[in-house]
Ligand binder design. Sequence first.
Ligand SMILES: [Zn+2]
Length: 299
Amino acid sequence: MTSLGFAQNRLDRQSAERDAADLDALARDPAARAVLIAGEIPILAASPATSLLPLSALARAGALQERAYLGALDGAPVLAALADAAAAEAYRGDPAFQVLDLRSIAVQGVVPADELGVLAEAKALLHWHARHRFCANCGAPTLAACSGFRRDCAACGAQHFPRTDPVVIMLATRGDKCLLGRQPRFVPNVYSCLAGFVEPGETIEAAVRRETFEEAGVPVGAVRYVLSQPWPFPMSIMIGCVAEALADALTIDRDELEDARWFTRDEVRLMLERKHPDGLTCPPPIAIAHHLLRDWAFA
Ligand SMILES: [Zn+2]
């Protein structure tokens, strides 16, 4: 599973200790590093390619909007820093830096795989900060607390915590075939597992059954959890499952899916190897769907 994107993170999160951490003191540590995100775009050092910048590299970003303490890496503190989207221009064109969206960083393998988890942590946390500047309870401005893992409202006392949105992604199988679909936004010819957000008060198993039936009209029996993946677009966790389909007939929800159909194991093998006669393919190895499909097709 080493190729699964965003799943590796070497940071010691120090979640018990970080509440009292002093961000200014951590930033003065000469060994400290920071993940810098300008709007939604990470700023990387180019050579060697890394998202872990020395703190001195943050100066040209101007005033930072937020900071957070992500954890320790080999004993040194790693911070997350959010700058205005326009700050990316201060780095673009400088050969010492690379300005690239997070999806491309993962697909192209620009940074070491075990940094993608750190990037996911920074991106999701900073995205949450950027969209929770005001209290959901009373509307007053909120301020970051607990090293960036909480926002507090001074007006009403409410405490707000970072959010992670659970998404189920499932490979429904029936005998020697599996159910895949494609959304209109997918790259042409790509088919993938069905997926959907878990709703309040719902189990993972129930979400798998509901989404599979809603999107493809296929009833599902047994559901088995396989693996999960942080997915920072913007702040989800993908919960990968296999599901036992109980019928063949499809009723496709055309608002959600452009197409859905059954694929045999042989076909999926050809798609994974990019040899399908019709040019059909699956998502790349950074995506959890690729691993669900590979496990099933080569079992
Ligand atoms: Zn409030």
